[in-house]
Design a protein around this ligand. Structure first.
Ligand code: ZN
Length: 135
Protein backbone atom coordinates (compact mmCIF):
# COMPACT_ATOMS: atom_id res chain seq x y z
CA UNK A 1 0.00 0.00 0.00
CA UNK A 2 1.23 3.46 -0.83
CA UNK A 3 0.78 6.08 1.87
CA UNK A 4 2.00 9.40 0.63
CA UNK A 5 4.62 11.33 -1.26
CA UNK A 6 7.72 11.38 0.94
CA UNK A 7 9.59 13.89 -1.20
CA UNK A 8 9.90 15.50 -4.59
CA UNK A 9 13.47 16.06 -5.79
CA UNK A 10 14.40 18.88 -8.16
CA UNK A 11 17.81 19.43 -9.78
CA UNK A 12 19.03 23.03 -9.68
CA UNK A 13 22.26 24.62 -10.89
CA UNK A 14 22.69 26.67 -7.69
CA UNK A 15 21.02 26.14 -4.28
CA UNK A 16 21.09 29.78 -3.22
CA UNK A 17 19.48 30.96 -6.43
CA UNK A 18 16.82 28.26 -6.20
CA UNK A 19 16.12 29.21 -2.57
CA UNK A 20 15.36 32.68 -3.87
CA UNK A 21 12.19 31.13 -5.28
CA UNK A 22 11.26 28.36 -2.85
CA UNK A 23 12.25 29.97 0.47
CA UNK A 24 12.23 33.71 -0.18
CA UNK A 25 9.49 34.30 -2.76
CA UNK A 26 7.22 31.37 -1.89
CA UNK A 27 8.04 31.52 1.87
CA UNK A 28 8.48 27.77 2.41
CA UNK A 29 10.36 26.72 5.56
CA UNK A 30 13.92 25.67 4.87
CA UNK A 31 14.48 22.70 7.20
CA UNK A 32 18.19 22.18 6.59
CA UNK A 33 20.89 21.99 4.00
CA UNK A 34 23.28 19.09 3.67
CA UNK A 35 26.48 18.38 1.77
CA UNK A 36 26.70 14.88 0.38
CA UNK A 37 30.23 14.53 -0.99
CA UNK A 38 29.63 10.82 -1.67
CA UNK A 39 26.94 11.64 -4.24
CA UNK A 40 28.59 14.95 -5.27
CA UNK A 41 25.48 16.91 -4.40
CA UNK A 42 24.37 19.65 -2.00
CA UNK A 43 20.79 19.36 -0.81
CA UNK A 44 18.25 21.79 0.66
CA UNK A 45 15.20 20.29 2.39
CA UNK A 46 11.88 22.11 2.67
CA UNK A 47 8.74 20.90 4.39
CA UNK A 48 5.34 21.36 2.75
CA UNK A 49 2.25 19.85 4.35
CA UNK A 50 3.96 16.72 5.68
CA UNK A 51 6.02 16.09 2.59
CA UNK A 52 9.33 17.50 1.44
CA UNK A 53 10.85 19.27 -1.49
CA UNK A 54 14.53 18.50 -1.94
CA UNK A 55 16.67 20.75 -4.10
CA UNK A 56 19.70 18.93 -5.49
CA UNK A 57 22.70 20.98 -6.61
CA UNK A 58 25.33 18.83 -8.37
CA UNK A 59 28.90 19.65 -7.34
CA UNK A 60 30.52 17.55 -10.08
CA UNK A 61 29.30 17.49 -13.69
CA UNK A 62 30.49 13.86 -13.98
CA UNK A 63 28.29 12.58 -11.14
CA UNK A 64 24.90 10.98 -11.76
CA UNK A 65 22.97 14.15 -10.91
CA UNK A 66 25.53 16.31 -12.72
CA UNK A 67 25.15 14.33 -15.93
CA UNK A 68 21.38 14.44 -15.58
CA UNK A 69 21.43 18.24 -15.46
CA UNK A 70 23.87 18.49 -18.38
CA UNK A 71 21.56 16.33 -20.47
CA UNK A 72 18.11 17.49 -19.42
CA UNK A 73 18.65 20.82 -17.69
CA UNK A 74 17.27 21.79 -14.28
CA UNK A 75 13.88 20.47 -13.24
CA UNK A 76 12.06 17.52 -11.72
CA UNK A 77 14.43 14.66 -10.88
CA UNK A 78 12.21 12.17 -9.05
CA UNK A 79 9.09 11.63 -6.95
CA UNK A 80 9.38 9.40 -3.88
CA UNK A 81 6.43 7.33 -2.64
CA UNK A 82 6.29 5.69 0.78
CA UNK A 83 5.12 2.09 0.73
CA UNK A 84 4.38 -0.45 3.50
CA UNK A 85 6.30 -3.33 1.99
CA UNK A 86 8.86 -2.46 -0.64
CA UNK A 87 9.44 -6.05 -1.73
CA UNK A 88 5.72 -6.63 -2.27
CA UNK A 89 5.46 -3.37 -4.20
CA UNK A 90 8.44 -4.28 -6.40
CA UNK A 91 6.96 -7.72 -7.09
CA UNK A 92 3.64 -6.14 -7.98
CA UNK A 93 5.43 -3.83 -10.42
CA UNK A 94 7.28 -6.78 -12.00
CA UNK A 95 3.94 -8.58 -12.36
CA UNK A 96 2.76 -5.54 -14.31
CA UNK A 97 5.90 -5.67 -16.52
CA UNK A 98 7.27 -2.45 -15.05
CA UNK A 99 11.03 -2.03 -15.36
CA UNK A 100 12.94 -1.48 -12.09
CA UNK A 101 16.35 0.18 -11.87
CA UNK A 102 17.23 -1.69 -8.66
CA UNK A 103 16.52 -5.40 -8.67
CA UNK A 104 16.59 -5.46 -4.85
CA UNK A 105 15.94 -2.67 -2.34
CA UNK A 106 18.97 -0.78 -1.01
CA UNK A 107 19.25 0.23 2.65
CA UNK A 108 20.48 3.65 3.74
CA UNK A 109 22.93 3.14 6.59
CA UNK A 110 22.14 6.39 8.49
CA UNK A 111 18.45 5.73 9.12
CA UNK A 112 17.59 2.28 7.80
CA UNK A 113 15.29 3.53 5.04
CA UNK A 114 14.97 0.92 2.27
CA UNK A 115 14.61 2.31 -1.23
CA UNK A 116 14.55 1.41 -4.91
CA UNK A 117 13.99 3.25 -8.18
CA UNK A 118 11.54 2.50 -10.99
CA UNK A 119 12.79 3.14 -14.51
CA UNK A 120 11.33 6.23 -16.24
CA UNK A 121 10.86 4.12 -19.39
CA UNK A 122 8.01 2.42 -17.54
CA UNK A 123 6.56 5.52 -15.87
CA UNK A 124 6.03 7.91 -18.78
CA UNK A 125 9.22 9.83 -18.13
CA UNK A 126 9.21 10.37 -14.35
CA UNK A 127 11.83 8.68 -12.18
CA UNK A 128 9.92 7.15 -9.24
CA UNK A 129 11.59 6.23 -5.96
CA UNK A 130 10.01 3.84 -3.46
CA UNK A 131 10.67 4.23 0.29
CA UNK A 132 9.98 1.79 3.06
CA UNK A 133 10.55 3.50 6.41
CA UNK A 134 11.94 1.39 9.27
CA UNK A 135 9.06 -0.20 11.19
ZN1 ZN B 1 14.80 10.68 -3.26
Amino acid sequence: MTHKINHIAIVVPNLNEALGFWRDALALDLERTEENPGENVNIAFMEVGGTHIELLEPTDSNSGIGKYMEKRGPGLHHICLEVDDIEATMQRLRDHHIELINEAPKTRSEDGVRYAFVHPRSTFGVLVELYELPH
